[in-house]
Design a protein around this ligand. Structure first.
Ligand SMILES: [Fe+2]
Ligand SMILES: [Fe+2]
Length: 182
C-alpha cells in the first residue's frame, strides 16, 4: 500500500492535467472557430468591392465563385457549432480586419492602373493563406478531440480555400505569360 500511493497520486495529477488540456483545447477551438466566423463574415462584405474593381473576366469569375463559396463557409461554421452543441462567440477577427483594410487601401492606390488585377490577386492570396492556416489548424484539433462531423465540415472548406488559392496562382501566371508575350 505504501509503495502504490505515490504512484496513484502521480496518476491523478496526470489525469487532471489531461482533463485541463482537453477543456483548454476545446475552449481554444471554440475561440478560433468564432474568430473564423468573423473573418468569413467580413469577407462576404469585402469581396463585392473587390469584384467591382477587378478588370479581367477570368479574375472576376474567380472572385464571384469564391464569394459564393465564402457564404457557404459561413453556413458550414454554423453547422460546426450546431454539431458541437455550442454557441458562436461574438468576436472580431483582427487579422482579417487588417487584411481587408490593406485591400481597400490598395484598391484606392491602384485605381485606373494596369497593375490593379495583380494587386487584387496578391491581396486575395494573403487572405486565402490566412484561411488555409486557420482551417488546417481547427480541422486538426477537431480530429484530435474526436469531433468527426466538425472534421468533415472543416475539411470541405479547407479544400475550397486551397483550390481558390491555386486558381489565383493560375490566373496570375497566365496573365503574366500574356503580358510577356506582348
Ligand atoms: Fe472562406
Ligand atoms: Fe477563402
Amino acid at each position: 500500500m505504501k509503495k502504490s500511493s505515490p504512484k496513484a497520486a502521480t496518476e491523478n495529477v496526470e489525469n487532471e492535467n489531461d482533463e485541463h488540456m482537453d477543456n483548454d483545447l476545446h475552449e481554444l477551438f471554440l475561440d478560433e472557430l468564432s474568430d473564423l466566423y468573423s473573418a468569413e463574415q467580413q469577407l462576404t462584405k469585402a469581396l463585392p468591392k473587390v469584384l467591382k474593381a477587378a478588370q479581367s473576366d477570368q479574375l472576376k469569375t474567380a472572385i464571384e465563385d469564391h464569394l459564393r463559396e465564402t457564404e457557404g463557409h459561413v453556413d458550414r461554421l454554423e453547422q460546426v457549432f450546431q454539431s458541437l452543441g455550442e454557441k458562436i462567440k461574438r468576436k472580431t477577427c483582427a487579422a482579417m480586419k487588417g487584411l481587408v483594410e490593406e485591400t481597400s487601401e490598395l484598391l484606392k492606390e491602384q485605381k485606373g492602373k494596369a497593375s490593379i488585377d495583380a494587386a487584387i490577386i496578391s491581396a486575395a492570396q494573403k487572405v486565402e493563406h490566412y484561411e488555409i492556416a486557420s482551417y488546417g489548424t481547427v480541422r486538426s484539433w477537431a480530429r484530435q478531440m474526436g469531433h468527426e462531423d466538425a472534421v468533415s465540415l472543416l475539411e470541405a472548406t479547407f479544400e475550397e480555400e486551397k483550390a481558390a488559392d491555386a486558381k489565383l496562382t493560375e490566373i496570375a501566371e497566365s496573365t503574366a505569360n500574356e503580358e510577356a508575350a506582348r
